[in-house]
Design a binder for this molecule. Sequence first.
Ligand SMILES: Cc1ncc(COP(=O)(O)O)c(C=O)c1O
Length: 404
Amino acid sequence: MVRMAKQDDSLATDQWGFSTRAIHSQNHSSHEHGALNPPIYYTSTYGFESAEQCAARFSGDEPGMIYSRITNPTVQLLESRLANLENGEAAVAFGSGMGAISSLVWTFLRPNDEVIVDATLYGCTHSLVNHILPEFGIKVHPLDLTDPNNLKIYLNSNTKLVFFETPANPNMRLIDIAKVAETVKANCSAMVVVDSTYCTPYLQRPLDLGADMVIHSLTKYLNGHGDVIAGAAIGTNEAMTLMRKVGLKELTGACLSPMDAYLVLRGIKTLPIRMEKHCASATKIAAFLESHPQAASVAYPGLTSHPAHKLANRQMKLPGAMIAFEAKGGVEHGRQFMNRLTLWTRAVSLGDAESLAEHPASMTHASYTAEERKAHLISEGLVRLSVGLEDVDDLIKDLDQALG
Ligand SMILES: Cc1ncc(COP(=O)(O)O)c(C=O)c1O
């Protein structure tokens, strides 16, 4: 039996809940022989029926495919699904999260523009904005955006971009998206862009809170299986058209392969149940670590001890599954703790089924100088934990024995 396009179903698609949309949105299987799963369009280029059609496609008068660096049907389905889940108008998929972030900055920033970023950013993002953009005549102000009032000093008519992560990688600082967006809009026309990789749209939807664009490393929870590198930006039609036609097509060329788009679409189908389990286990692990005599500090938004616990309750559906942990005894004990882990894998990345532990100062955030890490609130002994989908009691036993 051919499954009909979803528009024919009795329940209107705009009434579907998140999980239904994660599985079905924008999928018209009747156009694809009723295939349950979307075809993977392995093609670099597309033939045209006439020279007139070639011209119409290139001028944009006729919608359709031209070349897979710009659009591909499998990638397009992923883009529509992400836009749907984030409540955005459109999305562009990229070959990595950094592909999305670099396409963002090269699309929208020019010499003499000013950028405000939060003090804590993923290491490669930090390097791009704080080390490389200034070489191109762009002024970058790293600020502590946990207090949005700090913005007011620097916002001016040259400010083109305000960029932050929440929760921030790796120290779990939380930023009030609605307050930052409100403050920026009251002072200038800069774009507010949130890297929401730690949350996915299941936990947090920045566009609903006033942000202009959301960035994801799809490599993480959205794909969820540790077998793909991918990224995305979601925002208005206008911004996404520029990201595609300038950033992706002409500047970075960081396009996503159709096979990887298919794998991310497959991952997204189980995103809600995975996030529920990730978060439930992280909540137990954070409580266990906080009560452990060897723990010096535990930062997890679900703990009442987290300085932004109330904001987390307001802004996030669940507290996520990333934990910033420091053992007593500083860097040396932290290293021993990591070396003793047997079930947790010592690895960068996050959001996989496997639980991962890493040391930001020597790994993901090694692109900061030691002084920068201090100034940007990343302590040397911090261990970043990505809680996976294993049995939580097994994970706790391993942490317990590793803490000694
Ligand atoms: C918060 C955040 N943003 C962006 C990235 C970059 O994503 P990718 O590794 O897919 O390029 C990462 C990678 O760890 C990340 O943690």
